[in-house]
Design a protein around this ligand. Sequence first.
Ligand SMILES: [Fe+2]
Ligand SMILES: [Fe+2]
Length: 174
Amino acid sequence: MRTVTMKKIYQHPITQKYVRRSGMAHAISVAYHAFHLAGAYNVNSDWAAKAGFLHDIGHYQWYKDGEWDYQLYRAYDIHPIKGAERAHKLLVRLGEDKQAAKEIAHAVLFHTESALPEGEFELKALQKVIHLADEKDKQPGDSHHYRNIDRKKELALIEALDRKIDRLPEKLNT
Ligand SMILES: [Fe+2]
Ligand SMILES: [Fe+2]
């Protein structure tokens, strides 16, 4: 039985501050993609939805003269590292299972190339799911970070995802 719902995570001020910074609509959409991919990759759907939702929680803004500077961002960004730590702290604070918090934090850390070493390595299934889920929602010019939906709709989508997770057989939720 899970103790931390998507709704609890969504409503936390840390989530509202940092996830909103990189786009709440993108986060929710990646959470849904991850949830749907979880079955095919035989990973825990609750963990996948949470990792998908929190994958960009480490973002911060790269501004130069008041405008977002993509060159600075590409050269110096470490959002997967900050995100892994933030997601882990938030989940543990909310009372998340320690193993779940660790696996979710690792999936956040490895969701994009910038935190990965060069050469051959193999991602765990949950990490692969989050990477693929993020790729599915990417839009040209990084506009996925700026897509908006109203807050009522956000909450309705989060609650619907909680119900989907709760309806799944126990074995995918342990
Ligand atoms: Fe990212
Ligand atoms: Fe993303």
